[in-house]
Design a binder for this molecule. Structure first.
Ligand code: DQQ
Length: 563
């Protein structure tokens, strides 16, 4: 059910996700001419859906055809204006290879599919500022309205050598003025790409419109850091007069050491360039993200496409107000077919139990682990808290522990476990007796194929395991992507896996425990997921394309994309 490019194409950042006139739209960085990255061929691909699960691929919304985007239509957003009209705000790489900001408007606003967009000749609406480097000014966010009635958007820039997030203001969405102070800047940061500033309710799971403000509203600032290829966020206070943002946790630490890399992670795995939108249909804040490949370019070319979008996640603030909770949108449950369950089971030390009866290559697993005793939790030196990935590498799924490792083996080749990906927890006791929970996704045995990147991803789960004595895990498996949500969605981890067995035999699912003590599984439920119809080309699109190009549309659009 993952959206990926069609035959012979590369798909990357999500762009301009929006709910409009009863349809969900997802645009994305798209190279329709090949499965590899070619910045000169950057278009905006476009898919639409009625339920966030089944999608139809439409023609490109933007192509690099104008002087202000001749070298690529880079990332951006969609804003719905007060008159209901959607407008795209995107970064163009212009004929002189400068990054500038342009708008595009629907050719026919009454078309609920928003198939065609026009790019006014007065673009760019925001040219490159003198103090910003030509290749570091991009990724405008969805705009929001301030109390003063002015529009604002945030954008990434390297201004006088510092990685900042700038704010521009406008009364008419055409003439924009830069705010003197940046929304946020982080010392010695490189380009903080793909910013997102959005409101979250201080209490509850409802999403808020991007312009929401006032008591009971907190804000989240998120950025994508190219030097670590990770997405970071922090909860804080947005001052809608000064147009500045102050992270709570920076203030809590006495301020001054605020640096993106010390922020929380949207995902501890292989996920980048995430972007949220407000889903007015269900009052949700929903996040999309790009999940690129980690096999070889030759494999990508042979497969004919590269790049996926993660499965859409609803997100909201946890009750303590410190971190986001992320959870697959509920519509995925419409794909659930066969169900397998373990109820009130115990997995002894060294135990391995197959969850049979469902196809393990496309499944949804929801499990709770109860920990009878923390007595034998391994000790951990506090400074190891800074590198969860390495810790998961040293203490992988097969390394016997005290409390844990326990969890799931997914995309497994069978009882020989020649290929399998482990998603698991390990509880540690720290110096002063407090406990911490490490979540890992261990890809070291995920594939026997040469040239495949097989890292271990790790992240600590901010839960009180001493009080809770239990930890939950939700894992979505879809052939070569495994998305896990630990601790009710506090810690998320996305992995790309390329097991060879999957081409010729079924994949298996197990629950395991390599800790010294048994763990209890009060409830494990696993569902096989039916294929969604993703990026199907609507009939009339096919006919139009065949008429126009005289080519079989099927030559570059697969009709179903469950791979
Ligand atoms: N990808 C886009 C940029 C963005 C980067 C270009 C992030 O706009 O900063 O394809 O992956």
């Amino acid at each position: 059910m993952q959206i990926h490019g069609n035959d012979g194409s590369l798909l990357a950042d999500p762009n301009g996700p929006v709910y409009y006139n009863g349809m969900y739209h997802l645009f994305y960085q798209y190279n329709p001419h090949g499965a590899l990255w070619d910045v000169g061929n950057l278009s905006w691909g476009h898919s639409v859906s009625g339920d966030l699960v089944n999608w139809a691929a439409l023609g490109n919304a933007l192509d690099p055809t104008a002087p202000f985007d001749a070298n690529g239509c880079a990332s951006g957003s969609v804003t719905i204006l007060p008159d209901g009209q959607p407008v795209i705000l995107y970064s163009g790489i212009d004929a002189e290879r400068r990054q500038v900001q342009n708008i595009a408007l629907p050719k026919n606003p009454r078309d609920p599919l928003l198939r065609e967009w026009t790019k006014p000749s007065y673009n760019p609406v925001v040219p490159l500022p003198a103090d910003v480097s030509a290749d570091n000014f991009r990724d405008p966010t969805t705009a929001w309205l301030g109390r003063d009635g002015l529009w604002r958007f945030a954008i990434s820039a390297v201004a006088t050598g510092v990685g900042t997030t700038l704010v521009y203001r406008s009364a008419d969405f055409l003439r924009w003025e830069r705010n003197a102070a940046p929304l946020h800047a982080s010392r010695d940061a490189v380009m903080a790409e793909c910013p997102d500033l959005f409101p979250v309710a201080a209490r509850g799971a409802e999403g808020l419109d991007t312009s929401a403000r006032g008591p009971g509203v907190r804000h989240v600032l998120k950025v994508s850091m190219p030097d670590t290829l990770q997405d970071y966020y922090t909860v804080g206070r947005y001052d809608d007069e000064a147009d500045t943002f102050t992270p709570d946790e920076d203030v809590a630490r006495g301020g001054g050491d605020d640096d993106y890399r010390s922020w929380r992670r949207i995902d501890h795995g292989h996920l980048y360039a995430s972007k949220t939108f407000f889903d007015a249909r269900k009052n949700r804040r929903v996040l999309w993200a790009w999940v690129n490949e980690s096999d070889s370019e030759a494999d990508d070319v042979a497969r004919g496409w590269s790049g996926l979008q993660s499965f859409p996640r609803a997100l909201w603030l946890d009750p303590a107000g410190r971190q986001l909770l992320q959870w697959p949108v509920e519509e995925i449950e419409t794909l659930r077919r066969g169900r397998a369950a373990l109820l009130g089971a115990e997995v002894e030390s060294g135990g391995l139990r197959e969850i049979g009866g469902i196809a393990g290559s496309q499944a949804d697993v929801d499990v709770v682990f109860e920990i009878p005793s923390l007595e034998r939790a391994e000790g951990l030196d506090g400074n190891r808290l800074l590198d969860a990935d390495a810790l998961c590498g040293e203490k992988g799924a097969s390394v016997q522990g005290g409390v844990g490792p326990f969890g799931l083996l997914v995309m497994a080749s069978g009882d020989d476990l020649r290929e399998h990906t482990a998603v698991f927890f390990r509880v540690f006791r720290l110096l002063h007796g407090e406990y911490t929970v490490l979540m890992c996704t261990d890809l070291t045995r995920s594939s026997t194929k040469a040239g495949v990147y097989r890292p271990t991803h790790g992240g600590f789960v901010d839960v009180d395991i001493e009080k809770d004595r239990s930890i939950s895990l939700r894992t979505l498996i879809d052939h070569s992507i495994v998305e896990s949500f630990g601790g009710g969605g506090r810690t998320c981890m996305t992995a790309r896996v390329y097991p060879e067995h999957a081409a010729t035999s079924s994949s298996h699912l197990y629950v395991f425990n390599n800790g010294s003590d048994a763990v209890r599984v009060p409830k494990l439920e696993a569902w096989e997921l039916a294929p969604a119809s993703v990026n199907v080309v609507p009939e009339q699109e096919e006919e139009e394309e065949e008429e126009e190009d005289g080519l079989a549309a099927s030559s570059n659009m697969c009709t179903s994309s469950v791979y």
